[in-house]
Design a protein around this ligand. Structure first.
Ligand SMILES: NC(=O)c1ccc[n+]([C@@H]2O[C@H](COP(=O)([O-])OP(=O)(O)OC[C@H]3O[C@@H](n4cnc5c(N)ncnc54)[C@H](O)[C@@H]3O)[C@@H](O)[C@H]2O)c1
Length: 263
C-alpha cells in the first residue's frame, strides 16, 4: 500500500472486469476509497471484496453507464457513504465489431450509448460535486482506435473519438474550477472485451478469418514491442492521473500502447 491517493475517493465505472478492476485495485493500493460500479453488480461487488480483503475500503454498486438516473444515483450514494468524490475513471465499455457498412442501427446506438454517452453522463454527474469541493480528477477511457484507423470497429472508433474530443472540451471548460479531465488511449490488452471483439469479427481485422489465438498473435506482431499490453500498464497511468502528481495535466490524451501510434 502507498499513500499517493490517500484521503481520496474514486468512482470507477466498469469496475467488475479488465482495466476497470485492475485500476480499482491500484487506486485502493494507493490509499483511495473506491466506489466500484458495473452493469454486472456481482462483479462490482467482487472487486470491492478484493479491495476489502487487502485492507482497503470499497463499495460495490450496480450501474448502467448509459442511464442518466443510474449515474446520478451512483454519485449520490458515493457522496452519502464517503462525503466527497475526488476521482472518476469513466471506463465502462462494450465491445463492437463491424465496418461502417456492416453495423446495424441498433448496434450503433447501443455502442454510442455506453461508450460515449455513458462517459458524458458520468462526467456530468460528478463535475458539480468536484466544482463544489474545489477540484477533482476525471480520467476517461478512450482507445488508440480514436487516434488511428483500424478495420472492423466503426461504431467503437467513433465513440472513442468522441471521448477524446469531449475530454479536451471539458478540460478547457472546467480548468478554472480545478477539475482536470484527461484521457487514456490503451492499445490492445487481452480482456473479455477484446476477445469478444476478435471472436465477433472472426480475426484481427475482419478481413481474414482466423482463430482467437492466431488473431491475438497477429495483433501483437503489429506492435513495435511485439507483444500486447497488461491491465496494470493502464492502471499505473490511471493512478498517476488520479494523483496530485499530475496536477498541471489536463486535456491530455495519452496512449499506452507499446509504441503502436508512434510507428
Ligand atoms: N482491453 C483493451 O484492449 C482496451 C483497449 C482500449 C480501450 N479499452 C477500453 O477500456 C474499457 C474497459 O475495457 P476492458 O477491456 O477492461 O473490458 P472488460 O470487458 O474486461 O470490462 C468492461 C466492463 O464494463 C462493464 N460494462 C459494460 N457495459 C456496461 C454498462 N452499460 N454500464 C456499466 N458497466 C458496463 C462490463 O460489465 C465489464 O465489467 C472500455 O471502455 C474499453 O473500450 C480497452
Amino acid at each position: 500500500m502507498s499513500d499517493r491517493l490517500r484521503a481520496k475517493v474514486a468512482i470507477v465505472t466498469g469496475a467488475g472486469s479488465g482495466l476497470g478492476r485492475a485500476s480499482s485495485l491500484a487506486f485502493a493500493a494507493a490509499g483511495a476509497r473506491v466506489v466500484c460500479a458495473d452493469l454486472d453488480a456481482a462483479s462490482a461487488d467482487e472487486t470491492a471484496a478484493k479491495i476489502e480483503a487487502m485492507g482497503g475500503t470499497a463499495l460495490g454498486i450496480g450501474l448502467d453507464a448509459s442511464s442518466p438516473d443510474d449515474n446520478d444515483r451512483v454519485v449520490a450514494e458515493a457522496q452519502a457513504r464517503f462525503e466527497r468524490i475526488d476521482v472518476l475513471l469513466a471506463n465502462a465499455g462494450v465491445p463492437s465489431a463491424g465496418s461502417l457498412t456492416d453495423v446495424d442501427f441498433d448496434h450503433w446506438q447501443r455502442v454510442l450509448a455506453v461508450n460515449l454517452t455513458g462517459v458524458w453522463l458520468a462526467n456530468k454527474a460528478v463535475i458539480p460535486v468536484m466544482q463544489a469541493q474545489g477540484g477533482g480528477s476525471i480520467i476517461n477511457q478512450a482507445s488508440i482506435t480514436a487516434l488511428v484507423g483500424f478495420s472492423g470497429v466503426a461504431a467503437y472508433s467513433a465513440a472513442k473519438g468522441g471521448v477524446v474530443s469531449l475530454t479536451r472540451q471539458a478540460a478547457v471548460e472546467y480548468a478554472e474550477d480545478g477539475v482536470r479531465v484527461n484521457a487514456i488511449c490503451p492499445g490492445t490488452i487481452v480482456t473479455p472485451l477484446v476477445t469478444e471483439t476478435y471472436v465477433q469479427r472472426g480475426g484481427v481485422d475482419g478481413r481474414q478469418r482466423m482463430s482467437l489465438d492466431d488473431a491475438l498473435a497477429a495483433s501483437a506482431s503489429r506492435y513495435p514491442t511485439k507483444r500486447l499490453g497488461e491491465v496494470e500498464d493502464v492502471a499505473n497511468l490511471a493512478v498517476f492521473l488520479a494523483s496530485d502528481e499530475s496536477k498541471w495535466m489536463t486535456g491530455a490524451v495519452l496512449p499506452v500502447d507499446g509504441g503502436y501510434t508512434a510507428a
